[in-house]
Design a protein around this ligand. Structure first.
Ligand SMILES: Cc1ncc(COP(=O)(O)O)c(C=O)c1O
Length: 267
């Protein structure tokens, strides 16, 4: 059994969450607990840490090549945990999902284009959109029945024709909404109607409390699978953010080639 009560001292370990809190927010870690980033204070599972120990014991840390075993693990995880059958060639590995989002912005839009976000949402989305000289188009979530919902009617009424992309967070951060199949279907239909590529950041896909069930967007709307990019990672599930890995899963070969093109350009 994993010991969730073990306290791990992270101060002074180059932890962004702990060691940058005072500089960022003016609260020392003597007086406050950092809760500003989704980075847990639990150790990674023993199997994960053992893999790192084995690599360190080899002692030579040269360039890493051949990510086929990683891709096989992603395929197996998606099949077992999320009932999604992924082909290994749909997967493009990237250095985390903020990078994956930025690459989608570069691949599918031009400077000045609009990128739609359902706000409030994870802050790095707008950061990378603005840094790439695209325009953040906010579609405010509305509170209904004590929870956040998307307001696609209001969004539709506000479109001005410059929007090219939607970046959705599923499950949603913040607020924790686990979007229903119907909500995702409605959004996928909306994107198809308005010729918008749909990027879905599913980094929190494994952290869902029953009876809620995470639905991969491509499974909610299989007829629009060719219009979607699913971003997934082991980061949150296993608490290994510093590994800086992510998977952009792109069933459509044209969208995939565009993504690979900008990834290669940044290499
Ligand atoms: C929704 C969401 N996407 C992405 C990230 C960060 O992803 P990465 O570390 O892979 O860049 C976070 C981190 O909190 C997040 O909450």
């Amino acid at each position: 059994m994993f010991d969730f009560d073990e306290i791990v001292e992270r101060r002074g370990t180059h932890s962004a969450k702990w060691d940058e809190m005072e500089a960022s927010f003016g609260v020392s870690t003597v007086d406050g607990l950092p809760m500003w980033v989704a980075d847990m204070d639990f150790k990674a599972p023993q199997a994960v840490n053992q893999a790192l120990i084995d690599a360190a014991e080899n002692g030579v840390n040269g360039y890493y090549g051949d990510d086929s075993r990683y891709k096989t693990s992603v395929v197996n995880w998606m099949s077992k945990r999320h009932d999604w059958q992924v082909s290994p060639d749909w997967i493009v590995t990237c250095a985390g999902l903020v990078q994956g989002t930025a690459l989608c912005v570069q691949a599918y839009t031009e400077p000045g284009d609009g990128v739609i976000l359902f706000t409030p949402v994870y802050h790095a989305f707008s950061k990378v959109i603005k840094a790439n000289q695209r325009v953040v188009v906010e579609s405010p979530l509305i509170q209904k029945h004590g929870r956040y919902e998307m307001d696609l009617a209001a969004l539709e009424a506000s479109l001005n024709g410059t929007e090219r992309l939607v970046v959705m967070c599923s499950p949603h951060n913040p607020g924790g909404r686990v979007w229903t199949k119907e909500e995702i279907q409605d959004l996928a239909n909306f994107c198809a109607r308005h010729d918008l590529v749909l990027v879905v950041d599913e980094i929190h896909h494994d952290l869902v409390f029953p009876p809620n069930k995470h639905t991969v967007a491509t499974l909610a709307a299989p007829e629009h699978e060719q219009n979607m990019v699913i971003l997934a990672a082991t980061t949150k599930t296993f608490n290994i953010a510093s590994a800086l890995t992510g998977a952009a899963i792109i069933p459509n070969p044209e969208l995939r080639d565009k993504f690979k093109f900008v990834l290669n350009a940044a290499a």
